[in-house]
Write a protein that binds this ligand. Sequence first.
Ligand SMILES: NC(=O)c1ccc[n+]([C@@H]2O[C@H](COP(=O)([O-])OP(=O)(O)OC[C@H]3O[C@@H](n4cnc5c(N)ncnc54)[C@H](OP(=O)(O)O)[C@@H]3O)[C@@H](O)[C@H]2O)c1
Length: 257
Amino acid sequence: MKKSVFVTGATNGTGFAIAERFAREGYDVFIGSRSEENSQEAAKKLADKYGVFAKGYQTKIFDEDNVKEIFADIRSMGYLLDTLVLNAANLGIGQVSLDVDINDFMSVYNTNIGWNFMMAREAAKQMKEKHKGAIVFITSNSALRVTKNRCAYCSSKSAILAMSKSFAVDWGQYGIRSNCVLPGMIKTERWQQNLNNIKYCLPNYTPIEDIAEFEDIANAAWYFGSDESRNTTGAELAVDGGMLAQLTPDIERELWK
Ligand SMILES: NC(=O)c1ccc[n+]([C@@H]2O[C@H](COP(=O)([O-])OP(=O)(O)OC[C@H]3O[C@@H](n4cnc5c(N)ncnc54)[C@H](OP(=O)(O)O)[C@@H]3O)[C@@H](O)[C@H]2O)c1
């Protein structure tokens, strides 16, 4: 049976880079997206480029029937999933803590905790059958030090650390490992717009004067998701240019001299 990986939120950016990293290693790839069309397009790109089998799935958030249908389909094609990378996230931006509507607040938890849990549990049932599997969460360094008015996002990313440890402890006996990647800032379009802004020049926030490329996160996901890390579970790896290690940002520093 060929090795396989499922990556959520994988039609572009970080998620696509993670899916591509596994395809490059010969894994068959399942791409999750809220858009069926985009998921299929991304899967086709990987299949064409790497000659692997790839398939897109529409993921309906917090819909357990949808989660079960996806994993039943994977099983019906002869796979028991090897690796699940939970990359998709509800960012909960603009939720001012004193005013936020509780339904908006909980929608962040529905995605980042409830739905991630359903996906992991269904994947774990397949992994248990072959006594081997890896679950990788893409959480955030804001699980440890928070950003203003992102209470739902930061606290959910923090809860993921305990959820991952719970999986490591509960499912280790079935050969299943669970680990977390903690990105700091990634060069998404959002951050690219700020790269040259003097005051908020984001690389100033990291001792190494740079923030992550998509591939940096993909490499960490590959490490935790593959046998490279076969004796590691319940662990966390920050990929944040040292941001967590530094108490105050050096915003006066002159960069790229
Ligand atoms: N960007 C950063 O600087 C940064 C920093 C720290 C941690 N992270 C974490 O790293 C991961 C990837 O970050 P990113 O910036 O590349 O993510 P992103 O583009 O904001 O989101 C990744 C994917 O998640 C899905 N998604 C977005 N909003 C969603 C929602 N409300 N409910 C369910 N799915 C949703 C989307 O996929 P579909 O539309 O295809 O469903 C999206 O393409 C995330 O877990 C993020 O929290 C990012």
